[in-house]
Design a protein around this ligand. Structure first.
Ligand SMILES: Nc1ncnc2c1ncn2[C@@H]1O[C@H](COP(=O)(O)OP(=O)(O)O)[C@@H](O)[C@H]1O
Ligand SMILES: [Mg+2]
Length: 349
């Protein structure tokens, strides 16, 4: 138990956009001060809407939001002074230099004089942008631009930093570099970070706690280990050949439970599924047991747990099916492409 007040407490948030899209449906989240918290979910889950409400850029239809001890609905000005925001889309001015962007941001927050310049240079240095600080932002690579976005969010030394999809659209190298930056930030005295992502691996690497968001609410929450722990092991799928003489798949499942090193055996027609700590090692055993029971096997496959499995378990459908945004606000065609990447990233344990 910590006695410090949480940095973010949102409860019962609902929001329906004009046109009837229910973006939030009872969204709630509590983030302990000084921690990194990840909101993980597919496109359209409501992550950005949540961030917009917490950062006072949108109002919910109902619910409460406290950020850094201030009511985001009643005292948005107080919240704004306490937070830094890195939106999903870059807010930097492309026809100003990186350093000019930082100075402007600092002035917006009331910064003046030499201290402002020192802060800008400190952040340029920290984000490996010193050499590029005098160049127009439109000449920056995607990774450089994203690092500048984070620097902008930190210019006025916020208590709570919101990062909305900090690495979406970055190539793998730039993504890894950004992960390193965020990890370092997390070590900063007292800084709380709330980040959103649709990459399991990203949430896994950066967040101390994760909330899986689906259709505007949290469907599962815990540390990465807790969430993945429930999925530990490989999935083993067996397809039985249609055999005369009526083999009872449920009896086979019982035999597997008893004689093979597998668990969570389920039957779906002629298909048996189970989990095993070591899938490849379990396969010969599974085949032997099935053979002893008189069954003929058509195919066996072993699959490592992926984001799909995590998501399937908590949301009841596949990530790729969910990662489409029928309302399509802003996301465009990016959803399907991102879903593929997310599925691959989920392979890491
Ligand atoms: N300004 C808007 N007007 C109408 N619908 C919107 C708007 N912003 C978001 N939505 C819809 O609300 C849902 C949640 O969107 P969003 O919060 O952006 O999800 P995420 O960030 O998880 O992808 C989506 O169906 C999206 O299309
Ligand atoms: Mg979003």
């Amino acid at each position: 138990m910590t006695t410090a007040e949480p940095a973010v407490v949102a409860d019962g948030l609902t929001k329906t956009y004009p046109g009837g899209v229910r973006a939030l449906d009872g969204m709630g989240v509590t983030v302990a001060a000084g921690t990194v918290f990840g909101l993980l979910g597919p496109n359209g889950a409501g992550k950005s809407t949540t961030v917009k409400i917490l950062t006072t850029l949108a109002r919910p239809d109902s619910g409460t939001a406290l950020v850094a001890g201030h009511d985001a609905l009643r005292h948005p000005d107080r919240v704004r002074r306490a937070i830094g925001v890195v939106a999903q889309k870059s807010g930097a001015d492309p026809v100003a230099t990186g350093r000019e962007n930082l100075l402007l941001q600092g002035r917006l927050y009331g910064g003046r004089g030499a201290a402002l310049g020192r802060r800008a240079d400190e952040l340029l240095d920290r984000f490996d942008l010193s050499a590029a600080g005098g160049r127009l932002v439109r000449t920056y690579s995607g990774g450089m631009q994203r690092r500048l976005d984070v620097a902008l969010g930190l210019m006025h030394r916020p208590q709570v930093l919101f990062l909305d999809e900090p690495t979406t659209g970055l190539d793998p190298e730039a993504r890894t570099a950004m992960w390193d930056e965020i990890s370092r930030l997390a070590g900063d005295e007292g800084l709380t970070i709330l980040l959103t992502t649709h990459y399991l691996e990203e949430a896994d690497r950066l967040a101390e706690r994760i909330a899986i968001v689906d259709r505007g609410r949290v469907v599962a929450e815990g540390t990465p280990d807790e969430l993945k722990g429930e999925l530990r092991g490989d999935a083993v799928h067996v397809e039985l050949r249609d055999t005369p003489g009526e083999i009872d798949a449920h009896l086979l499942a019982t035999a597997l439970r008893e004689f093979a090193a597998v668990r969570e055996v389920t039957v779906d027609g002629r298909r048996l599924s189970a989990r095993a700590d070591d899938g490849p090692a379990a396969v010969p055993q599974v085949l032997t047991v099935l053979e002893q029971q008189g069954a003929t096997v058509a195919s066996v496959t072993v699959a490592r747990p992926s984001l799909d499995d995590v998501y399937l378990r908590y949301a009841g459908r596949r990530f790729a099916e969910a990662d489409t945004d029928p309302a399509g606000a802003g996301a465009g065609g990016a959803g399907a492409k991102d879903a593929v990447t997310a599925g691959n990233a989920g392979g890491t344990r």
